[in-house]
Unconditional design. Structure first.
Length: 197
């Protein structure tokens, strides 16, 4: 009798796992490639201005667990680990004289290297929208721009959206969808800085 109970319990657990699926139980760990597509270079022509980029440490470690809807599988998006390298690559492609600031910037450093503008990018919002037809991701960043005296001269928001019906069958899955949203955001940041000189 006790053996029958354990067999029945094991069968019920197995059925639950098969019905729920591994993703629903354990979740999706979504890591984007973190590189820009060849399309980025076609749309962005480098400006000759000397611009610096500082990426705060909290951006690089930014993670979102927004699964998009109550019925969606658990999802963990490693946004920062992909966005950091994409910002670096985007600024390298967008500005002929680009300086990457690995340490927290100061007026002395900016003046020593002749940097007219410093961009500091922060993640403001990451949204995941899952529907029966597909998935849409949206990244909103806020960029603060400083002059050589470290005085803020501008602050602006940029959005990067990736929304496609049947994204999983058409574009290669959530990693590609995340990468597209990040690339669209990076392009918006670089274009804004190129337009406002």
């Amino acid at each position: 009798m006790i053996a029958w109970f354990f067999v029945r319990a094991a069968v019920l657990i197995l059925l639950f796992i098969l019905q729920a699926g591994c993703a629903r139980l354990f979740g999706w760990e979504i890591h984007a490639p973190g590189i820009l597509s060849s399309n980025f270079e076609q749309l962005i022509r480098p400006a000759s201005e000397r611009v610096a980029l500082y990426v705060p440490p909290e951006l690089l470690t930014y993670v979102s667990k927004d699964k998009g809807s109550w019925s969606a599988d658990p999802q963990t998006y490693y946004v920062g680990e992909a966005l950091g390298p994409m910002l670096l690559e985007g600024f390298q492609n967008g500005f002929g004289k680009f300086v990457f600031m690995e340490t927290e910037p100061s007026a002395g450093i900016l003046q020593r290297y002749g940097i007219r503008r410093l961009a500091v990018v922060r993640i403001k919002e990451f949204r995941n929208q899952v529907t029966w037809k597909g998935q849409g991701l949206k990244l909103v960043t806020e960029t603060a721009v400083f002059d050589p005296e470290m005085k803020e001269i501008e602050r602006f928001e940029s959005s990067g959206i990736s929304a496609s019906e049947k994204i999983f069958s058409k574009k290669g899955g959530p990693e590609v969808n995340l990468n597209a949203a990040l690339e669209n955001n990076v392009r918006a940041v670089v274009q804004h800085l190129q337009d406002v000189r």
